[in-house]
Ligand binder design. Sequence first.
Ligand code: SAM
Length: 339
Amino acid sequence: MACDRSDQERAYALLDLGDEIVHARALQIAAELGIADLLASGPRSSEDLAERTDSDPGALHRMMRLLASRGLFHETGPGVFELTETGGPLRSDHPASVRSVLALAGTVAPLVLGGVRHSLSTGEATFPVVAGEHIYDYMAHHPEHGRLFDEAMRELTRVAAPAVLDAYDFAGVSRIVDVGGGSGALLSAVLHREPGASGVVFDTPGVADSARERIRNEGLTDRCSVVGGDFFREVPPGGDLYVLKWVLHNWPDERATAILRSCRRAMGEDAKLLLIESVLPSDGAPHPGKAMDLSMLVLSGGRERTEEQFAELLAGADLELRRVVPTSSPHSLVEAVPR
Ligand SMILES: C[S@@+](CC[C@H](N)C(=O)[O-])C[C@H]1O[C@@H](n2cnc3c(N)ncnc32)[C@H](O)[C@@H]1O
């Protein structure tokens, strides 16, 4: 049977989709090499970029040409590239920088991509099998990767924070506990918006140490404390709002329930819990969380969840889902209260 025009189009569409992995890898490497920062002061030749990044000029030119075809760079003359507005967030100093996020993806990408088959066969995370420990233990034992991870989370939070602040009214909340709060980027944004509020950033002891410095730099030490600990054991009491942003998706149901139970034990009857997570559509609609879901499986055995799955998870910790508030980012706010 001959391949007709429509078959041909479908075949090429699939091949293009398969090639996205090459584009993604080039993007991650450009982030790792800091190409956009090198172009911050103006166009440079691929020879110049190659010298500064210890690369082969011909090979680098081919990578730049590929990324230019996606609009990140513009070839102003033969082999000379400038950064475009579209590529701007690749710069470290851009207000919406995602350079560390992409560089981090580059360090874990080989594991994620190589690990999908193992996770598919077994249903378990591949990262601990390959690295010998859970991803957060790995980050603690490899400070260089840990720092990149924390910086990546900070960038993602800086990009998402305006959407969260627009979607949720924090006025009237007096003490916020940000559980697994990382560098404190979200809590800092909320406290700057609500001068009457105070808060606690709670994370592992190592991450808490760097968060303390960030909170000091934000000038918030009088309203924000930083506590190191283990959210599977306990979280600080006394908050009237407990926030968990991008925490539950790292964990399978049983472990996620344990975190929620720690929060529930710390919460008074009037306290609220706010999850900031992707809420997957129950139907086949596209959602960025669907790619993250597969990554979570491979990296940590975690998952993205639908509203129904969140409701069930919360119920297992004696909490009731009150409402889901969409934001202008791919993440939604899931508000819950004690049952
Ligand atoms: C995906 S990051 C999200 C960080 C932050 N909420 C944000 O959105 O930027 C998950 C956080 O959970 C923290 N974490 C992991 N295991 C923990 C534990 N056992 N106790 C406390 N925090 C933990 C990690 O250190 C990390 O900062």
